[in-house]
Design a protein around this ligand. Structure first.
Ligand code: FAD
Ligand code: NAI
Length: 508
């Protein structure tokens, strides 16, 4: 009897889950008809399709505004798994979600222009845009007027003006960067194996230098060493002796945002993996074959050192994008801001009206992370939804006041008064929305060798952990955070594929 019931329950659960999955897929593939834009509504322009802007779009009631999204990228990119794309552990399309899919599921139509915002005129309320894609129509530059603007353009790669960086290194911010690295890794390996290559040259070509010991640099170094250990050295045993990864960091340690014990754990894991960490080493110049670095010795003296490389990956953090820098230069209230647009506690750009900024391009005293950007986007969606609701209620209040003034009987006047009071109550509740408050959930980073480090906020304290269990946590956390079910399935499939068949070592 027990077995019969267990069987029935399992069967019912199976049928239920299949039904839910089938419905989700059907819903994804068959979005409902959308409301057409209403010209009487305000135009809300959103720049960017990254963490900040897409989190905003997810929660925004688009029927309240005429929403226009502008970005040179017609997809959302799940950046936390981008380092895994450099070695083919994950295919880049698995962590991309087309913006058209996201927008098509909104209640009211949202316009999308694949273009870069080149200039923002905050006084005239106009954004100038340019189509920088390869295919161009007769018009590739135009302007978009707005009533309200949200700037979520992220940041560009910091090079600190160091000579040779842009020309000779690979960055790791976008899909193209990850693809370029993946190709270059195999190019270096195959070139090193070219007939009669001199031993010194083989050594140089098989030496990857990663500049920047923040999480991007650490995660990439870990992924690359994994690739070598699990696949490269099996298929190309000749590179075994010379393949090497060096991580160069200007500060005394890597991962400065993590707790001391996790920094030590990362450094000891790298040592086990034979990844060299060069701390207190600041890169000053880059050529096509070597970097020149200033090394601070334990006695405080400084020395210039030349380090040859085959592949150079530059991960030294963020810099302000030109469009943001240009806007900042035009607003006196932004005079003292250096790292991005200074915003108030409601994310309004200081010195402007009806312009907000979210994510890496905004300076709100938080680290430039996806976690901050997505919480800011969600907050702004609630704020904009509330503002639209408040406006509707205020219009209704005006109408009810007229009704009350023109009421012919005491009964009608009292009825209107009742409705006015209800509207006022609703308005008070809506206007109670507090300032943005960031809730830090913790920091997570993959360090290679199937180990991860995590500083997790727990009640009033913090839990620091590192190792294989943390790696399993890292995997499940990022899998659950992927944008869509489709992304989750594809990422899980990529992990399984790499486990069964290894990563693909073909170039291209
Ligand atoms: P982005 O996500 O960078 O999006 C900016 C958008 O603006 C893009 O769509 C871009 O195409 C668009 N854009 C650019 N210029 C213009 C323009 N002129 N006009 C219009 N649109 C424009 N953070 C974490 O919290 N956890 C992690 O594990 C993590 N891992 C990371 C791994 C890597 C490799 C990298 C590079 C970053 C990682 N981050 C992580 C940081 C996180 O990705 C950023 O903080 C986050 O992407 C910032 O979101 P954003 O919306 O401000 O910018
Ligand atoms: P970062 O700003 O965190 O680190 C850059 C590092 O480069 C710094 O430690 C700096 O000292 C070093 N550096 C700068 N110039 C140098 C030079 N000339 N020579 C040698 N070293 C130099 O940058 P990163 O890693 O790109 O991260 C950017 C943002 O994205 C951060 O806020 C980070 O927290 C977030 N991020 C988070 C991840 C995670 O949580 N797992 C993963 C990747 C990024």
């Amino acid at each position: 009897r027990f077995l019969r019931w267990t069987w029935r329950l399992t069967w019912l659960t199976g049928v239920g889950l299949t039904g839910v999955l089938a419905y989700s897929i059907f819903h994804l593939r068959h979005p409902a008809e959308q409301m057409e834009p209403d010209p009487s509504k305000k135009t809300l322009v959103i720049l960017g399709t990254g963490w900040g802007s897409v989190s905003l779009l997810k929660k925004l009631d688009t029927e309240n505004y005429n929403v226009i999204v502008i970005s040179p990228r017609n997809y959302f990119l799940f950046t936390p798994l981008l380092p895994s794309c450099t070695t083919g552990m994950i295919e880049h399309r698995s962590i991309m979600e087309p913006i058209r899919n996201i927008l098509r599921h909104k209640k009211a139509t949202v316009k999308f222009y694949e273009a870069e915002a080149t200039k923002i005129d905050h006084e005239k309320r106009v954004v100038y845009i340019s189509d920088d894609s390869e295919v161009k129509g007769e018009i590739s530059h135009t302007e978009v007027p707005f009533d309200m603007l949200v700037i979520g353009v992220g940041a560009e790669n910091a090079t600190f003006g160091i000579e040779g960086v842009r020309e000779n290194s690979c960055f790791l911010k976008e899909v193209d960067d990850a693809q370029k690295i993946r190709k270059s890794i195999m190019d270096c390996v195959e070139t090193a194996m070219f007939k009669d290559q001199a031993p010194e040259e083989v050594k140089r070509l098989l030496h990857t230098v990663v500049v920047g010991g923040g999480p991007t640099g650490v995660e990439f170094a870990g992924e690359l060493q994994d690739f070598f250990n699990a696949d490269l050295k099996k298929w190309i045993p000749d590179i075994k002796e010379n393949f090497h990864v060096t991580l160069v960091e200007a500060l005394p340690n890597v991962l400065p945002m993590f707790s001391k014990q996790l920094i030590d754990y990362t450094e000891s894991t790298f040592k086990e993996e034979s990844i060299t960490i060069r701390t207190k080493t600041m890169v000053k110049k880059v050529t096509d074959k070597h970097i020149e670095a200033e090394v601070t010795r334990p006695d405080g003296t400084k020395e210039r050192e030349i380090i040859p490389y085959g592949l150079l990956v530059w991960a030294t953090g963020n810099a302000v994008r030109p469009v943001v820098r240009d806007l900042m230069s035009k607003i006196p209230a932004q005079k003292n801001s250096r790292r991005g647009l200074a915003v108030n506690e409601y994310l309004v750009v200081n010195g402007t009206e009806n312009i907000w900024a979210v994510g890496d391009c905004a300076v709100a005293n938080y680290a430039p992370t996806a976690q901050v950007a997505s919480q800011e986007g969600t907050f702004l969606a609630h704020l904009l939804n509330s503002m639209a609701k408040a406006e509707t209620i205020e219009n209704e209040l005006k109408r009810l006041s007229d009704v009350q003034a023109q009421a012919k009987s005491e009964e009608d006047r009292n009825a209107a008064l009742g409705e006015i009071r209800e509207c006022q109550r609703q308005l008070r509740r809506i206007k109670q929305i507090g300032p943005f408050q960031y809730s830090h959930q913790g920091s997570l980073a993959y360090i290679g060798k199937e180990r991860a480090v995590a500083d997790i906020s727990w009640w009033a304290g913090n839990i620091a952990s590192g190792g294989t269990l943390t790696y399993l946590f890292w995997r499940s956390a990022y899998l659950s955070m992927c944008f869509s079910t489709r992304n989750r399935v594809l990422v899980a499939f990529d992990w399984t594929k790499a486990l069964l068949f290894g990563r693909d070592v073909s170039r291209e």
